[in-house]
Design a binder for this molecule. Structure first.
Ligand SMILES: C[C@H](O)[C@H](O)[C@H]1CNC2=NC(N)=NC(=O)C2=N1
Length: 115
């Protein structure tokens, strides 16, 4: 079951937005799957596992399409059987709600790919 957070819009933070603090990050993190962790209260990191390279590549492409559609982009690493993701709001210099919504959308993509 993916998080209702995935149904939220991915909204760019305002020009004067401040990054989320540790407590706010912890609250949002509770709504994400086990793949995710908050690092240094600055960015999200996840590792998704796959049976082979082909399925990992397909997920990578799905995440890329999501990022382009929402204009909010992760760093993605692709290996045999694994996709690593790092996510933060570059223009804010830390985490915003948009990052957690994107992470929840990736959890939903992963759940769909694992069916
Ligand atoms: C230049 C471009 O509009 C910016 O880089 C956009 C696009 N993608 C982005 N992705 C992320 N993760 N953070 C941003 O601040 C961001 N801003």
């Amino acid at each position: 079951m993916s998080s209702p957070l995935a149904d939220e819009p991915v909204e760019p933070a305002g020009d004067d937005a401040e990054p989320l603090d540790g407590d706010e990050c912890a609250e949002y993190l509770d709504e994400l799957g086990d793949a995710w962790e908050v690092v240094d209260d600055h960015h999200l990191e996840a590792s998704y596992e796959f049976p082979d390279f082909e399925t990992a590549l397909a997920f990578t492409n799905d995440v890329g399409e999501l990022a382009e559609a929402e204009w909010h982009h992760p760093d993605i690493s692709l290996s045999w059987g694994e996709v690593g993701v790092e996510m933060w709001s570059h223009e804010v210099g830390g985490l915003t709600e948009a990052d957690f919504v994107m992470a929840a959308r990736m959890d939903r993509l992963y759940a769909d790919a694992s069916e």
